[in-house]
Design a protein around this ligand. Structure first.
Ligand code: C2E
Ligand code: MG
Ligand code: MG
Ligand code: MG
Length: 278
């Protein structure tokens, strides 16, 4: 293979970068269009209480159909939506949709179920965020305690003052707050006391490590830290009965993972909850 000159290499990488950017822009354009045409869907993954094995709620997760029977991963389009600011509108829709879902499930005769939604940093930067969340709760006439906002450590780190203030206002109104993917970010532990938290979500990276020597130490520490702070704890990414038994032994309160159910659309969710045997 002929050795390329530095200039040739530069040309090559430059072209490749341009291709990548064009591709991302095209994807963003499609996302914007599909969102405006109401093609995005919200799916739900059940969350189960370990003390009585009941479904106590679910996490709402966005799904973007690729038009060929599959879905484009949130790991691909959420960063794009965040970068472009489109997540502010999409996130608003997600919260309104989740509130309507809480009401809908109650109307189906189910016991009150909580729904957790993921919230990104650009949403907190919007001056209308707090107002729009409260309006969504009021419009659906649901108990605000059934709505939970999931934030990651990176959201807190980005602009702690803005996030803490918004969450305090929402907390006063009754809305719940969970810290998501806890332990994989770089936030300082002191935020655990500064944020008005209700729940810590142990990241699935730690659950995956259980089989390794000392693999459960971090999850154990997070659960006991949560307990000592008076917070409820939930482990995500539970795929096996061994993992479920391990987090239960640690004193973790709730679980979520493929072992119980994958995220699913509303009709499947209803059937799942109705058929669930604690
Ligand atoms: P997350 O909030 O940590 O959500 C949990 C992710 O783990 C989901 O991936 C879920 O399908 C997956 N998961 C759950 N149980 C298991 C398991 O047992 N094994 C494995 N391997 N995976 C499991 P998903 O739906 O692809 O979402 C990825 C991420 O995209 C979410 O991570 C969240 O950060 C983001 N996201 C999804 N929906 C929204 C949204 O409406 N708004 C925002 N801002 N972000 C969202
Ligand atoms: Mg989440
Ligand atoms: Mg998570
Ligand atoms: Mg995650």
């Amino acid at each position: 293979r002929a050795k390329k000159s530095l200039a040739q290499n530069y040309e090559y990488y430059h072209a490749e970068l341009e291709d990548q950017m064009a591709e991302r822009l095209a994807l963003l354009r499609r996302l914007r269009q599909d969102f405006s045409q109401d093609k995005l869907a919200l799916w739900y993954q059940p969350q189960i209480s370990l003390s009585d094995n009941k479904v106590i709620g679910m996490e709402a997760l966005l799904r973007w159909p690729d038009g060929q029977g599959g879905y484009i991963s949130p790991a691909v389009f959420i960063p794009l939506a965040e970068y472009s600011g489109l997540i502010v509108e999409i996130g608003d829709w997600v919260i309104r949709q989740a509130c309507q879902q809480i009401r809908y499930l109650a109307e189906q005769g189910l016991e009150p179920l909580r729904i957790a939604v993921n919230v990104s940093m650009p949403q907190f930067r919007s001056p209308y965020f707090v107002k729009s969340v409260i309006e969504a709760v009021q419009a659906s006439q649901i108990d605000p305690q059934l709505l939970e906002l999931e934030i990651t450590e990176s959201v807190v780190m980005d602009e702690p003052k803005i996030v803490i203030e918004a969450l305090n206002q929402l907390k006063t109104y009754g809305i719940k707050v969970a810290i998501d993917d806890f332990g994989i970010g770089f936030s300082s532990l002191s935020y655990l006391q500064q944020l008005p938290l209700d729940r810590i979500k142990v990241d699935r990276a730690f659950v995956r490590d259980f089989a390794k020597p000392n693999g459960a130490v971090i999850a154990e520490t997070i659960v006991s830290l949560g307990k000592r702070l008076g917070l409820s704890t939930i482990a995500e990414g539970i795929e096996t009965p061994e993992q479920a038994a391990a987090v239960k032994a640690m004193g973790c309160d709730e679980v979520q993972g493929f072992m119980y159910a994958k995220p699913m659309p509303t009709p499947d969710l209803l059937a799942f909850i109705r058929n669930w045997q604690p």
